[in-house]
Design a protein around this ligand. Structure first.
Ligand SMILES: [Fe+2]
Length: 473
């Protein structure tokens, strides 16, 4: 049975295709349309996905009528009516949070777990707790709009002049430069415990008066601290009411890599699907219809640009220029470039960070992430778990040796790689390690600030005509 999963009508539309539990394809609409956080499916994406098979069913990631009722009765942003259709193919819809839960649980290795979904808003649900046992997923607890972890974070993102629903990750990065104590109490007053908020964040925060540049960093730090505290309270409650030791964490909030690290303090094992936000829900809807675990192999599920991993060229390029760009094989499904649409650079050079920021036209304070051989990860970073999808921020143990991938607070958002996960990238790191004694490279997405990652041949040609920078293939 072939199932096409679809999510659209809100930020981050995507499409996925599964066949009898095998994931054949999964990709974001924005990579094809070049419209960041694109709300709708486009023809090029559909052409790409249908190459992998004609679906027997379409699975849709939320209940359109239920969402329409919320928009009508209680307001909020968004469309509710899906545009995509495939004549003659039957369609089934699943609740927004159930699609998140299914995307997480059915791609995990767990047969017994608690599933926590925290996002801005689904139809009505904003925070849910589920139990996954065998093939079944059952709802245990829910909180509804306007209470929302995601809307809380997004409202402050907007307050400090960033784009809500898009630039939360920038605010998270800014937190490292702020004094969290300065505004902690003030921010905490809006969200005093894990089930109470004294504000409808959808309306935006308007009562702060003048905010200086330094205030923005201090507010970011306070919001991150309050978010982490409340999130951990919610996670402890989830453990208490379900008695589970394995956690599946999904929803846009699971992209908060700084807070995610704390989850390992209360759970034995944690799985966050590499695309936990709404862009992951096309796969979630397909998985929900299938109703069983999927064979999760890797996040390299998007457009196939072809080619073998150019190990020799990367090593030569880094030796010569310290920075290289790579576009090869299948694009990553999820917001992080994990080696196939990446800029890789020598992390030992303290000036590399600024150079890469200039290429990408980003703010100079923005941090970069390291990719490290899994075998050596715990010698370089304070971590007792692996992080194959760059989902956790941990303390760097040797910051002087790799200054370009260490944030202002001494942490790094680490990607660990083993041979099975990505043999080409692992070999690049292994060769670099043999030459330098450092099993780490800087790894950042191949894009320009605010634009989607490069996807196909056309994007590569466009980049190369605009920039004097060769993309290795
Ligand atoms: Fe969501």
């Amino acid at each position: 049975m072939i199932i096409l999963g679809i999510n659209e009508t809100s930020h981050d539309a995507s499409a996925s295709l599964i066949k009898d539990g095998e994931i054949l394809f999964a990709a974001h609409a924005e990579r094809y349309s070049k419209e960041k956080n694109d709300w709708y499916i486009n023809n090029n994406l559909i052409k790409d996905v249908l190459q992998y098979g004609r679906p027997d069913y379409i699975a849709y990631y939320e209940k359109p009528a239920l969402k329409a009722s919320r928009l009508f009765l209680r307001g909020g942003a968004g469309d509710w009516k899906p545009r995509f259709d495939l004549k003659g193919v039957p369609r089934k819809s699943f609740k927004h949070h159930y699609s998140h839960a299914a995307a997480g649980y059915y791609t995990s290795k767990f047969n017994d777990a608690v599933i926590v979904v925290l996002d801005a808003i689904g139809e009505y649900n904003t925070s849910t707790i589920w139990v996954g046992e065998g093939n079944n997923i059952k709802l245990k607890h829910k909180e509804n709009y306007p209470f929302s972890f995601g809307l809380f974070y997004s409202a402050f993102t907007k307050l400090i002049g960033l784009m809500p629903n898009q630039e939360e990750y920038i605010m998270m990065g800014m937190a490292a430069y702020g004094d969290w104590k300065k505004y902690y109490k003030k921010v905490d007053n809006y969200f005093p415990n894990y089930h109470t908020q004294l504000y409808n964040f959808h309306r935006g925060i308007t009562d702060w008066g003048l905010i200086t540049e330094q205030d923005k960093f201090d507010i970011a730090a306070a919001v991150q601290a309050v978010y982490t505290t409340r999130m951990m309270e919610f996670m402890r409650m989830a453990k208490l009411i379900t008695g589970k030791k394995n956690l599946v964490f999904m929803g846009g909030c699971a992209l908060n890599s700084s807070a995610n690290t704390s989850l390992w303090k209360i759970y034995d094992s944690v799985w966050i699907m590499p695309n936990p936000g709404d862009a992951g829900s096309s796969l979630g809807a397909a998985a929900a219809l299938y109703g069983k675990h999927l064979d999760w192999q890797s996040p390299y599920l998007g457009h196939d640009i072809g080619g073998e991993y150019p190990v020799d060229k990367i090593i030569e390029g880094i030796r010569k220029d310290k920075i290289v760009a790579v576009a090869t094989g299948r694009a990553e499904y999820g917001p992080r470039a994990l080696g196939n649409r990446s800029i890789l650079a020598d992390p030992r050079d303290p000036l590399i960070k600024d150079k890469v920021n200039l290429i990408k036209q980003r703010e100079l304070f923005r941090p970069f992430a390291p990719v490290v051989m899994e075998e050596y990860a715990d010698r370089w970073f304070d971590m007792k778990f692996t992080s194959p999808y760059m989902q956790y921020t941990v303390k760097c143990l040797q910051p002087d040796k790799i200054p370009s991938v260490v944030h202002a607070d001494g942490t790094s958002r680490v990607q660990t790689v083993n041979k099975q996960q990505h043999s080409g990238l692992w070999e690049v790191l292994n060769r670099f390690y043999k030459e330098t004694g450092v099993p780490i490279l800087l790894n950042t997405s191949l894009n320009i600030k605010g634009q989607p990652l490069l996807n196909d041949e056309r994007d590569v040609r466009m980049w190369q005509s605009q920039y004097d920078f060769t993309i290795l293939r």
